[in-house]
Write a protein that binds this ligand. Structure first.
Ligand code: ATP
Length: 651
C-alpha cells in the first residue's frame, strides 16, 4: 500500500509543547505535597477520652504534642497494633524515607489540661510512655511559596514565547522559531478584492508614473529587449492621507500580481537580527512568487538616515535592518521582476543610500489635492452617500482647501453621521458644511462656560483679525468669523488665501499684521492683553523665524539660510551659527513681530468705530460672513478673484 505523503504546507505540530512544562510544574507541586510532607495522610482522628483509654491500656508508645497546631500525634506499641480495636489504622510508614507514621491524631484543646491528664494517667498506671513536644511547619504553604517564583518565571517565559511565535506570521502560531519570518500580508490577485485606478481620484501625475510600473510588470520583455532594466522601486512621498497607500493598492489591483503589503514598523522587534532576517524572508517570498510587488508603508520607520543622533547605540538593530534592505534592493539578480513600492511622509529623513537610483529609482510626489482634484475625490466618496439634493461639488471643493483625500473621505462620512443624528432621510448641503466646521475646528462646545466679559474679549479679538485683514492689501480676505467655541479654540476666522507659489516679504508682513490683529484689538479696546493670542503668537514667531533663518529675507542678517534640505545635518545641540548671530536672530525676530503688532494697533485705532460695530454684530450673531463685513467696511478695494477658502482657527 502506498504511503500517504504529507503534502499540505501546514507546519508540523512542534514537539516542544508548553503543556509539557505546565504538567511538570503541577506534578512537582503535587509530589512535594504528597511525599515530602504530611505525615497525617494515613492517620485516623481520635478524641481525648479515647486517647486516655488507650493510654490506660498501655497501647501508646509515644505522644508527640505539636504546640503550634494544637494537635497530638499518637504512636501505638507493636502489640497494640495487632489488637482488633486498632485494626484499620496505619501499620507502616508510607515510604522508608519518611519517619514513622502516627496511628492517631487528635485536637487537644488546652495544652496545660491535656498535659496534666497524660501525666496523671501515666503516674496512676506507672507507664513509661514517651511524651515529646514539637512544632510543625506548614509544609504545603512552604512548598508552594518556594515553587511560586519558579512557576511564575516559567509561566512568563512560556507566555513570551507563545506571543512571539504566534505573531511571527505565516499562520504558524505556536512555533518559536518563526520570529524571523516576514510579517507581510499577501494580497492574492485572484481572490482579494481589487482596488483599481478608478478608485483613486485626481493625482494624475502620480497615477501616470505608477501606471508605467504596472506596464513593466505586465510586459517586462518590451523594456528588457531594448537593453533597459526594470526599475527596482518607487517611493511615494507626500503628506498624510493623500492616497499613497490607495495608489499602491491600485497598482497591485491593476498589475494582477501578488502584492506583499507591510509597514516599516513590522520589521522592528526587540531582538537583534530579527529585522534583517524578516527583510531577507520577505524578498525570498516575493522572488518565489515573482513577478510581484512589495509595498512598505511608512518606510521611515526603518529607512531613517544611519548614524544620526546615535548616542546610545540603540539604533543598531534598525541600521542592520536598513542595511539588509539596501543589500536586497541592490540584489545580484536584476531580472527578478520584484518591484518595491514604499510610502513615506518624511522623505527628508530617509537615508541617502536608500534613495539613490538603482534602489528607489523613482520618487513620486503625491501632493495635497487642488480644487479640481478635491472635486473628483468628493465624487468618489459621495458615491455611497444618499444626498437630498444634487450637491454643488465646486462649492464643496472650495470649502475644503488644504484638505487631503482622507479628510474629504472623512467629511463625507461625518456629514452622513450628522444627518443621521438629526433623523434626516438624506444628507443635505448644510450637513456637509457642519462636517467641514467640525473637522477644521473640532467639536462644537455648546456648554463651555464663558463669562460675558470673556465673550466680549473673544469677539473683539476675532473682529480685530477681520478688520486688519480687510484693510491690508496682501492679507488673505476674511470670509467668516465665529465666536462659537470649537475644540481648542474659542473663536475662528476663515480666510480666502491666494494660491501663491512664491511669497514676497510684504505679503508675509501683511499676514503677520493680520495675525497680530487679535491681540492688537484687545489692547486698543480694553488696554489689556490676554492669553487668548497664544496660537497667533506661535504662528507669527514661526513666520518671522522662517523669514530670518530660512528665506534670507532680513536686511540685518542678509542673504543667508540655515536651512538644510538634505536633512542630514539637522542641528540638535550644535547650531550652524555663532552665539552672536543667535542673538541677532532673536532680536530681528522680535523686531519684525513688534513692528507688525504696532502697525495693527495703529490700523485698529484709526478704525475703532468699525471694529466696535463688527465686534457687536459678532456678539449678537456669533457667526458673521463676508456680507456683514462689506456692510460695515464697504467693498474691499484690492479684491481679487476668489478661489480658495482656508480656515484658520485663532484663539
Ligand atoms: P499616510 O501617509 O498617513 O499613510 P496615505 O497617503 O497612505 O496616508 P491613504 O491611506 O492612501 O493615505 O488614504 C486614506 C484614505 O483617504 C483612503 O482610504 C481613501 O478613502 C482616501 N483618499 C485619499 N486620497 C484619495 C484619492 N486621491 N482618491 C480617493 N480617495 C482618497
Amino acid at each position: 500500500m502506498a504511503k500517504e505523503n504529507n503534502t499540505n504546507n501546514t507546519p508540523k505540530k512542534p514537539r516542544f509543547s508548553s503543556w509539557w512544562i505546565y504538567g511538570v510544574v503541577i506534578a512537582l507541586i503535587i509530589g512535594f505535597q504528597f511525599f515530602g510532607g504530611s505525615s497525617f495522610s494515613s492517620t485516623e482522628k481520635t478524641t481525648t477520652s479515647e486517647l486516655q483509654e488507650f493510654l490506660r491500656n498501655g497501647d501508646i508508645s509515644k505522644i508527640v504534642i505539636i504546640t503550634n497546631t494544637r494537635q497530638a500525634k499518637v504512636y501505638l506499641t507493636e502489640e497494640a497494633l495487632n489488637k482488633d480495636v486498632h485494626k484499620g489504622v496505619a501499620q507502616k510508614p508510607l515510604l522508608p524515607s519518611t519517619s514513622l507514621v502516627p496511628q492517631y491524631v487528635l485536637d487537644y484543646g488546652d495544652l496545660q489540661i491535656f498535659q496534666n491528664e497524660i501525666t496523671e494517667i501515666k503516674k496512676e498506671n506507672n507507664l513509661d510512655t514517651i511524651v515529646e513536644f514539637d512544632t510543625e511547619s506548614n509544609v504545603i504553604g512552604e512548598i508552594f511559596l518556594t515553587l511560586l517564583p519558579f512557576a511564575l518565571i516559567i509561566g512568563i517565559w512560556i507566555y513570551l514565547m507563545r506571543r512571539m511565535s504566534g505573531g511571527a506570521g505565516g499562520g504558524a502560531g505556536g512555533q518559536i522559531f518563526n520570529i524571523g519570518k516576514s510579517k507581510a500580508k499577501l494580497f492574492d490577485e485572484k481572490t482579494d478584492t481589487r482596488t483599481s485606478f478608478k478608485d483613486v481620484a485626481g493625482l494624475e501625475g502620480a497615477k501616470e508614473e505608477v501606471q508605467e510600473i504596472v506596464e513593466f510588470l505586465k510586459n517586462p520583455d518590451k523594456y528588457t529587449s531594448l537593453g533597459g532594466k526594470i526599475p527596482k522601486g518607487a517611493l511615494l512621498v507626500g503628506p498624510p492621507g493623500t492616497g499613497k497607500t490607495l495608489l499602491a493598492k491600485a497598482v497591485a489591483g491593476e498589475a494582477k500580481v501578488p502584492f506583499f503589503s507591510l509597514s516599516g514598523s513590522d520589521f522592528v522587534e526587540m531582538f537583534v537580527g530579527v529585522g534583517a532576517s524578516r527583510v531577507r524572508d520577505l524578498f525570498k517570498q516575493a522572488k518565489d512568487k515573482s513577478p510581484a510587488i512589495i509595498f512598505i508603508d511608512e518606510i521611515d520607520a526603518i529607512g531613517r538616515a544611519r548614524g544620526k543622533n546615535n548616542f546610545t547605540g540603540s539604533n543598531d538593530e534598525r541600521e542592520n535592518t536598513l542595511n539588509q534592505l539596501l543589500t536586497e534592493m541592490d540584489g545580484f539578480g536584476t531580472n527578478t521582476n520584484v518591484i518595491v513600492l514604499a510610502a513615506t511622509n518624511r522623505a527628508d529623513v530617509l537615508d541617502k543610500a536608500l534613495m539613490r537610483a538603482g534602489r528607489f529609482d523613482r520618487q513620486i510626489y503625491v501632493d495635497l489635492p487642488d480644487l479640481n482634484e478635491r472635486k473628483e475625490i468628493f465624487e468618489v466618496h459621495l458615491r455611497p452617500i444618499k444626498t437630498a439634493e444634487t450637491l454643488d461639488l465646486d462649492f464643496l471643493a472650495k470649502q475644503t482647501p488644504g484638505f487631503s483625500g482622507a479628510d474629504i473621505a472623512n467629511v463625507c462620512n461625518e456629514a452622513a453621521l450628522i444627518a443621521a443624528r438629526k433623523e434626516k432621510k438624506a444628507v443635505t448641503k448644510q450637513d456637509f458644511l457642519d462636517a467641514v466646521d467640525r473637522i477644521v475646528g473640532g467639536l462644537e462646545k455648546k456648554n463651555k462656560i464663558i463669562t460675558p466679559e470673556e465673550k466680549k474679549t473673544i469677539a473683539f479679538h476675532e473682529a480685530g483679525h477681520a478688520t486688519v485683514s480687510w484693510m491690508l492689501e496682501h492679507a488673505a480676505p476674511l470670509v467668516k468669523v465665529t465666536i462659537v467655541p470649537r475644540g481648542q479654540s474659542l473663536g475662528a476666522a476663515w480666510y480666502l488665501p491666494e494660491e501663491r507659489l512664491i511669497v514676497r516679504p510684504e505679503q508675509m508682513m501683511d499676514e503677520m499684521c493680520a495675525t497680530m490683529g487679535g491681540r492688537a484689538a484687545e489692547k486698543v479696546i480694553f488696554n489689556k492683553i490676554s492669553t487668548g493670542a497664544l496660537s497667533d503668537l506661535e504662528k507669527v514667531t514661526k513666520q518671522a523665524r522662517a523669514m530670518v533663518t530660512i528665506y534670507g529675507l532680513n536686511d540685518e542678517l542678509g542673504n543667508i539660510t540655515y536651512y538644510d534640505s538634505s536633512g542630514q545635518n539637522e542641528y540638535g545641540f550644535t547650531k550652524p551659527y555663532s552665539e552672536e548671530t543667535a542673538q541677532k536672530i532673536d532680536q530681528e525676530i522680535s523686531k519684525i513681530i513688534e513692528k507688525q503688532y504696532q502697525r495693527a494697533i495703529k490700523l485698529l485705532d484709526e478704525n475703532r468705530d468699525k471694529l466696535t460695530e463688527l465686534a457687536e454684530r459678532l456678539l449678537d450673531k456669533e457667526v458673521i460672513f463676508k456680507d456683514d463685513l462689506e456692510k460695515i467696511f464697504g467693498r474691499r478695494p484690492f479684491e481679487k478673484e476668489e478661489e480658495e477658502l482656508e480656515p484658520e482657527p485663532a484663539k
